[in-house]
Design a binder for this molecule. Structure first.
Ligand SMILES: NC(=O)C1=CN([C@@H]2O[C@H](COP(=O)(O)OP(=O)(O)OC[C@H]3O[C@@H](n4cnc5c(N)ncnc54)[C@H](OP(=O)(O)O)[C@@H]3O)[C@@H](O)[C@H]2O)C=CC1
Ligand SMILES: O=C1O[C@H](COP(=O)(O)O)[C@@H](O)[C@H](O)[C@H]1O
Length: 488
């Protein structure tokens, strides 16, 4: 599962939304890094598309600026920019599509990737036009950014419409969390070691915590975000995918469908949360003015310039999986913007030993914990109890067996998009969501959204720079547990 250093076949990658935030901040730098490492052949083409009236040179100039800000090497940026092109197109209008089709059709042997980095409302128009021009044929693939729709119904409409143009085998629904190194490492850890599997069940695991905390607010994306909110933006996709990687049964192989079949079973086993229990099992919050990274920052409503929005910027959920392996094991999920630190981690907390042979004066026996840190510094820690060294009698200490990827391997790990984009070019959909997974995730999320809407309650306010509303702390403390606080 490690990224292959071998070059991929020459390709044409068309980024619809080529001037947008995601393309500029993530996709173009990801492509640049893979190019700089020699994985992208010189005959490949990267074509940005948006309505803005730029030409190739204008687009190259803005791409150069973004790459330089990202720390790129000047001569490599110059070489990379020769691959970069731009076409001004409106997904909803006919002008310019003939020329675009001729440009793409000119390289019939290339793998063609259409990356839809636009609002999902444009996916259907774009796919229909690609179909009209026959650009969906041959080695063509389409990448759909998340969230796919805003509920099960709209996701089905999008998937049906895309499916009339692109076969499921050509469709790559991206969830960039699946491209993160630690997430893939979870597969290696669980299925490449004999140690964990015997303990990986309700008999030995007390609970699991999944936290994705951001310090940033919604910033320029307030328009999009206010229609989404944290449950649609983060939980329905990223956090549920992480939960699946923790909870799935061993797949028969790493083939795309073997892995996705197992994730689907987990999603379908999630216990229903609806108006009968949403107030006990979920907490929603919205940030107010406060401080982030030492600076005072405005509240969500000020950023939005709308003082009535009920959109949540924080969610905590106590989820449960109704199957033999996980019965009774809570999965506490939380995510939010403007929290005190940027940290994403999965914490697996094991049960206490059944009986302590130690004198109370030796200290407290803490539960074993496996902490998989996705960011900012990717590492894995296994917390164990040992004897404090030295002659002072038997005193217990809780220490971590530590593996920092940067220290162990001496390299910066590639960004998730670097790996995932090349997986699309190679035609490997293992780390992408199949249609039925997206549907199952919405099937779980829809009743929660409905319960919140029906309750008429506003999200609970929290001050920027804190860990969300106090109710999120109560959600886990009611069960006699606490959120993981190891920030070493
Ligand atoms: N930004 C992020 O961090 C993340 C974003 N995503 C997803 O990626 C997608 C893109 O997000 P983001 O980059 O933030 O969005 P932006 O709003 O920043 O960019 C939207 C892009 O679409 C183009 N566009 C808009 N309307 C049309 C049209 N009619 N025809 C052609 N192009 C059009 C815009 O250019 P112009 O107006 O000139 O046409 C712009 O290039 C969304 O689905 C989002 O949910 C997912 C994960 C993270
Ligand atoms: O998909 C999204 O993810 C980002 C967080 O991604 P990360 O890799 O920086 O952790 C989030 O900010 C954004 O709102 C969401 O759409």
């Amino acid at each position: 599962m490690t990224a292959s250093p071998l070059p991929v076949d020459p390709f044409d990658l068309v980024i619809f939304g080529g001037t947008g935030d995601l393309a500029v901040r993530k996709l173009l730098p990801a492509l640049y890094h893979r190019y700089a490492d020699g994985q992208i052949p010189e005959t490949s083409r990267i074509i940005g598309i948006a309505r803005e009236g730029l030409d190739d040179d204008g687009y190259r100039a803005s791409t150069r600026k973004a790459l330089q800000e990202n720390g790129g090497d000047k001569s490599k940026i110059d070489a990379f920019l020769k691959l970069v092109h731009y076409r001004s197109l409106d997904a909803r209008k006919d002008d310019g599509w003939d020329d675009f089709a001729a440009l793409i059709g000119g390289q019939p042997d290339h793998v063609r990737v259409f990356y839809l980095s636009t609002s999902p409302e444009l996916f259907v128009d774009i796919c229909n036009r690609l179909g009209t021009y026959g650009l969906n044929k041959g080695k063509a693939r389409v990448v759909l950014e998340k969230p796919i729709g805003r509920d099960l119904k709209s996701a089905n409409q999008i998937n049906d419409a895309v499916g009339r143009v692109f076969d499921e085998s050509q469709t790559y629904r991206i969830d960039h969390y699946l491209g993160k190194e630690t997430v893939q490492n979870l597969l290696a850890l669980r299925f490449g070691n004999i140690l964990f599997e015997p303990l990986w069940n309700a008999e030995h695991i007390d609970h699991v915590q999944i936290t994705v905390a951001e310090t940033l607010g919604v910033g320029q994306r307030a328009g999009y975000y206010d229609h989404a909110g944290a449950l649609r933006d983060m939980v329905q996709n990223h956090l549920l995918q992480l939960l699946c990687m923790v909870a799935m049964e061993p797949p028969s192989s790493l083939s795309p469908d073997a892995v996705r079949d197992e994730k689907l079973k987990v999603l379908r086993s999630l216990k229903h949360i609806d108006e009968s229990n949403a107030s006990q099992l979920t907490v929603r919050g919205q940030y107010r003015a406060g401080a982030a990274e030492g600076q005072s920052v405005p509240g969500y409503l000020d950023e939005l310039k709308d003082h009535k929005s009920n959109t949540e910027t924080f969610v905590a959920v106590k989820a449960e999986i109704a199957n033999w392996r996980w019965a009774g094991v809570p999965f506490y999920l939380r995510t939010g913007k403007r929290l005190p630190e940027r940290v994403s981690e999965i914490v697996v907390v094991f049960k206490p030993v059944p009986h302590s042979i130690f004198d109370p004066s030796a200290g407290v026996l803490a539960q074993n914990r496996l902490v998989l840190r996705l960011q900012p510094d990717e590492n894995i820690k296994l917390w164990v109890t040992i004897k404090h060294p030295g002659p002072g009698g038997l005193r217990l200490r809780h220490v971590s067996l530590d593996m920092s990827f940067a220290e162990a391997f001496g390299v910066q790990q590639p960004d998730a998009y670097e790996r995932l984009i090349l997986d699309v070019v190679r035609g490997n959909p293992t780390l992408f969501m199949r249609r039925d997974e997206v549907e199952a995730a919405w099937h779980w999320a829809d009743p929660i959204l409905a319960a919140w809407a029906d309750s008429g309650e506003s999200p609970r306010p929290y001050t920027s720079g804190t860990w969300g509303p106090s109710a999120a702390v109560a959600l886990i403390e009611r069960d006699g547990r606490t959120w993981n606080e190891d920030s070493e």
